[in-house]
Structure formats: structure tokens, C-alpha cells
Design a protein around this ligand. Structure first.
Ligand SMILES: C[S@@+](CC[C@H](N)C(=O)[O-])C[C@H]1O[C@@H](n2cnc3c(N)ncnc32)[C@H](O)[C@@H]1O
Length: 206
């Protein structure tokens, strides 16, 4: 499931991997683009469901019915994905965005099967010259919903559409460019909340 499906990258990959997927978005233009992009011929019998909906309320999806979540929410109001769609959380300031994400995390936890994974791509933002650690704030909302953190994968980000603008800004105002995003991989594993990891399981490369 991808409940912020946008341009449909996850739908295409799921189809190529012969997996069933449901992609959800509040923006009809994004959903139309998804339909067009997924209409390619491929030797697979995977089913691609594309649905208009709000990631905060997935009431049409039963509890513990999803095998994997891979999704990419907006980064608060840093890039707006629509002009006037009320349910679009890319219009929310940091505080309200985190409230919305709390609901998204709860719904993700509810619909995911036990011991399965939820991967969320998220980045930090900069406001008035200072870093807002939105990535870790979102991570904490998913942990509070009951998820256990399995991995943090760093995705380097170079040569984006806005890099040139930010580069000149960073030189003028003395700050570093944010050049990475996090892929948080959460597990729905209630038992981990009760176990203290013995040192041999800490998994750090020394
Ligand atoms: C970062 S983009 C996703 C990009 C996607 N990974 C791709 O490959 O194109 C975020 C998406 O979230 C959608 N969105 C915003 N608020 C939403 C909500 N409440 N429920 C579902 N989708 C929402 C936006 O319309 C936008 O398409």
C-alpha cells in the first residue's frame, strides 16, 4: 500500500515485481497520472488499485490486511501539491502536519499485518535559516503509534530541481544544503517493546 501515491512510482515497481498494490491520494490529477503510467503491458497478473482518499482515514481497509507499506508523504508545507484541496496535508504548517502524521501512523499500524514492514521516506526542512528535524519528528510519531524502528536508510540527494536556488541562498546566508532524506523502515512487532536487546544484537559496525 502507498497512501501518498503521487506520481505512482510504487505502483509501477509493484507491477514490475508482480505484486498487488493499492495506491491512494487526495489529488485527482495525481490519480489520473497513476492510471496512465500503470497502463503499460507487463507479463504479470498483479492487481493495481488506485483510489481517491485521505491517508488519515483508511476505513475501507480492514485491520491487519496489508503486507507492506511503502510511502512518501509531503514534507509539511515545503512543497504544495495542490492549490485548494482541503485534505492535502502539504498545506499544513509543521505543528498541524505532525498532528496529521500522528493519524497517518495510527492508520498504518492498524491496517498492517503483524510482523510486517512500513517504509516511510521523509526529509528535514529549513525555516528562517534553521533546520527543523521533521524526519525524526515523523519517525517518533510512527514509534508512538506502536511501530519498532528496524532501519534508518539515508538517501543522498543531489542535483534536484531546486538545488541551484538553495545553493545561492546557502552561500548568501551561511548555511549548509540539506542533501539527504531518510527512509525509515518500521516493523509492526509488539514483542520488541518488551525485550532489552543483549549487546550481541546491537548490530553496530565498530
Ligand atoms: C511526496 S508526494 C508523493 C510522491 C510519490 N512518491 C511519487 O513517486 O510521485 C506526496 C503526495 O501526497 C499527497 N497527499 C497530500 N495529502 C494527502 C492526504 N491527506 N492523503 C493522501 N494523499 C495526500 C499529495 O497529493 C502528493 O501527491
Amino acid at each position: 500500500m502507498d497512501q501518498f501515491v503521487g506520481g505512482g512510482t510504487t505502483l509501477i515497481e509493484a507491477k514490475l515485481l508482480n505484486r498487488n498494490i493499492i495506491g491512494i491520494d487526495v489529488n485527482p490529477m495525481a490519480l489520473q497520472r497513476c492510471k496512465e503510467k500503470c497502463s503499460f503491458q507487463h507479463n504479470s497478473d498483479s492487481k493495481v488499485y488506485i483510489k481517491s482518499g485521505d491517508a488519515r482515514d483508511l476505513n475501507y481497509i480492514p485491520d491487519m490486511s496489508i503486507d507492506f507499506i511503502c510511502t512518501h508523504p509531503p514534507y509539511a508545507d515545503i512543497i504544495k501539491y495542490s492549490i485548494d484541496i482541503e485534505a492535502d496535508i502539504s498545506h499544513l504548517n509543521e505543528k498541524d502536519f505532525l498532528l496529521a502524521i500522528t493519524q497517518v501512523a495510527k492508520e498504518s499500524f492498524r491496517v498492517l499485518k503483524k510482523h510486517k514492514y512500513c517504509a516511510v521516506l521523509m526529509g528535514d526542512i529549513r525555516k528562517k535559516g534553521h533546520v527543523v528535524p521533521l524526519g525524526f519528528q515523523v519517525m517518533q510519531k510512527f514509534q508512538s503509534a506502536g511501530f519498532v524502528l528496524k532501519e534508518i536508510i539515508i538517501k543522498e540527494q543531489h542535483n534536484c530541481k531546486s538545488t541551484a536556488t538553495w545553493k545561492s541562498q546557502s552561500q548568501a546566508h551561511n548555511f549548509l544544503l540539506l542533501a539527504h532524506e531518510y527512509l525509515f523502515v518500521f516493523e509492526k512487532d509488539d514483542s520488541m517493546n518488551e525485550i532489552d536487546n543483549p549487546p550481541a544484537m546491537l548490530g553496530r559496525i565498530e
